[in-house]
Write a protein that binds this ligand. Structure first.
Ligand code: ZN
Length: 289
């Protein structure tokens, strides 16, 4: 813990804003844990989850780490689930003002209605999981929902990269097509697009509202199988206004500090660290209309 405080002090970072945290209904979280524990097929290897306490304890842990705001991301893997998850997330966000009110979309018949409801109800960030959800981001049912998200400038954390394992709709191609339709969409590319780092980094350079999150990037666990590479590290060293910190807490195979330490030891500047951990996500969350 003190280790985190030292890093924050070293780079004059007021606090951490973590865009990629999961809080889920108990039954969903226990299924996710089972999946990670059994090294499910989308993971490809064992993934010993570090943080397993109840919600209240995990909220307290985040604050202890120096996190001032964190998301509570949920995602659906079948039809009919998202609306209920969004209702749960809306109530969950009322527990503590540090929680970034979160929601999700899935190609349901009523996706437009519940997306509108979520935005009007104060959702500050959405999560879309292309790999687990196994749907195309340009599924025609989603088009009206994307329109709402673009118009309201609501950031959408999208897991579209083919890591840890490729899915039917993962990869940069369909995200490019989505941005052809909605060029002003505010997207946060989860895991920096891993393993298609370069392609997704280029999207963030091309589109004003496309950001990248650092979730699991450069950690020893990831570097073992999917290294970022020196070229990509050099490119992102200039992109701290387009990069936001994410941890994937609590479903991580290491201590929370490892996510931050891994960025620091990659040699990024203090300005970079301060932007990524605090300034850029703060500005991003404040940009909703
Ligand atoms: Zn995640």
């Amino acid at each position: 813990m003190d280790q985190i405080k030292e890093i924050l002090t070293r780079h004059s970072i007021p606090s951490i804003v973590d865009i990629h945290v999961h809080f889920m209904p108990d039954n969903v979280m226990s299924k996710v844990r089972q999946y990670f524990d059994s090294a499910g097929p989308l993971l490809g290897r064992s993934w010993p989850i570090k943080y397993r306490d109840d919600d209240a304890t995990r909220i307290a842990q985040l604050k202890e780490f120096g996190v001032s705001r964190f998301s509570a991301l949920n995602y659906a893997h079948r039809s009919g689930m998202a609306k209920w998850l969004n209702e749960w997330s809306r109530d969950f966000a009322k527990i503590d003002k540090a929680i970034i009110s979160s929601a999700t979309i899935y190609p349901d018949d009523d996706v437009y209605e519940y997306t509108k409801e979520a935005i009007e109800g104060g959702a500050e960030v959405f999560k879309v999981h292309i790999q687990v959800g196994e749907f195309s981001p340009i599924d025609e049912k989603l088009i009206p929902a994307w329109h709402l998200l673009e118009e309201s400038r609501t950031p959408v954390v999208i897991h579209a990269g083919s890591g840890p394992a490729p899915g039917r709709y993962t990869g940069v191609g369909l995200v490019r097509q989505l941005l052809d339709i909605f060029p002003n969409l505010t997207l946060v590319i989860a895991h920096m697009g891993m393993p298609e780092y370069r392609e997704f980094i280029e999207l963030s350079q091309k589109y004003e509202n496309v950001y990248l999150d650092t979730t699991m990037v450069l950690t020893p666990f990831t570097e073992e199988t999917t290294p970022l590479g020196e070229d990509n590290a050099r490119v992102i060293s200039d992109l701290s206004e387009k990069i936001v910190f994410g941890s994937d807490f609590p479903n991580i195979p290491h201590e929370y500090v490892v996510a931050i330490e891994s960025l620091e030891s990659a040699g990024f500047s203090s300005t970079w660290m301060r932007n990524v951990l605090f300034e850029t996500p703060t500005r991003l969350l404040g940009a909703r209309s």
